[in-house]
Design a protein around this ligand. Structure first.
Ligand SMILES: CC(C)(COP(=O)(O)OP(=O)(O)OC[C@H]1O[C@@H](n2cnc3c(N)ncnc32)[C@H](O)[C@@H]1OP(=O)(O)O)[C@@H](O)C(=O)NCCC(=O)NCCS
Length: 155
C-alpha cells in the first residue's frame, strides 16, 4: 500500500468535490439534505488561491481531501473528507496531521473545526476539545459541534 499527501491538480477538483459528497453521505442523510449541502461540499478553482488544500492519494487513487484557511492566529478546517471505501484506515489522521502542521507553520495557534456530529468523536480522538455549537452553513436552524485543536508553536 502506498500513500502520499500532496496538493491537488486543478483538473482533479470535480472528482474531489464528488468525493466530498460521497463521503458526507456515509452518515445516512437524505437526498434533500445532501443537495442543500452540495455547495459547501464543492471545491472551486478559486479555493486553490485563497485556501490550502491537500489530497491523500492511496495506491494511485484519490482517497481523501482536506482544506484549511489560516487567518492570523486562527486556522479553520474547511473540509476533511475520506473516500467511503477506505474509512478507518488512517487517512483522516494523516490529513488532519497535514492540516495541523501547515496551520502551525503559517503561524496559527489553534485549528477551529465545525464538525459533522458523527465526525466529532474522530476530532476528539485527534486531541480537539469541544467549545460549543456553531450554526450550519448549509441548513438553517441546524447547529454543529464546534471544536478547537490547540497547536504547538514552532518558534
Ligand atoms: C471523520 C473522518 C474524516 C475520519 O477519517 P478516517 O480516515 O476514517 O479516520 P482514521 O482511520 O484516520 O481514524 C483515526 C482515529 O480516529 C478514530 N475514528 C475515526 N472515525 C471515528 C468516528 N466516526 N468515531 C469515533 N472514532 C473515530 C479511529 O478509530 C482512529 O482511532 P485510533 O487512533 O484508536 O486508531 C471520516 O469518517 C469521514 O470522512 N467521514 C465522512 C465525512 C465527514 O463527516 N467529514 C468530517 C466533516 S466535519
Amino acid at each position: 500500500m502506498s500513500r502520499i499527501i500532496r496538493p491537488p491538480a486543478i483538473e482533479e477538483l470535480p472528482a474531489l468535490s464528488a468525493l466530498c459528497f460521497r463521503s458526507k453521505a456515509v452518515w445516512g442523510y437524505d437526498s434533500d439534505f445532501m443537495e442543500a449541502c452540495r455547495g459547501e461540499l464543492s471545491i472551486d478553482p478559486s479555493d486553490l488561491r485563497y485556501t490550502s488544500i491537500a489530497v491523500a492519494e492511496q495506491d494511485g487513487g484519490l482517497a481523501g481531501v482536506a482544506q484549511i484557511k489560516v487567518t492570523g492566529s486562527d486556522a479553520d478546517l474547511l473540509k476533511l473528507f475520506v473516500e467511503p471505501a477506505v474509512l478507518r484506515s488512517g487517512i483522516g489522521r494523516a490529513l488532519f496531521a497535514w492540516a495541523a502542521d501547515l496551520a502551525t507553520s503559517q503561524g496559527a495557534d489553534r485549528l477551529l473545526i465545525e464538525a459533522d456530529p458523527d465526525a466529532a468523536p474522530f476530532y476528539r480522538r485527534m486531541g480537539a476539545r469541544d467549545v460549543g455549537l456553531a450554526p450550519s452553513g448549509s441548513i438553517p436552524g441546524r447547529t454543529l459541534p464546534k471544536l478547537v485543536k490547540d497547536l504547538c508553536s514552532i518558534s
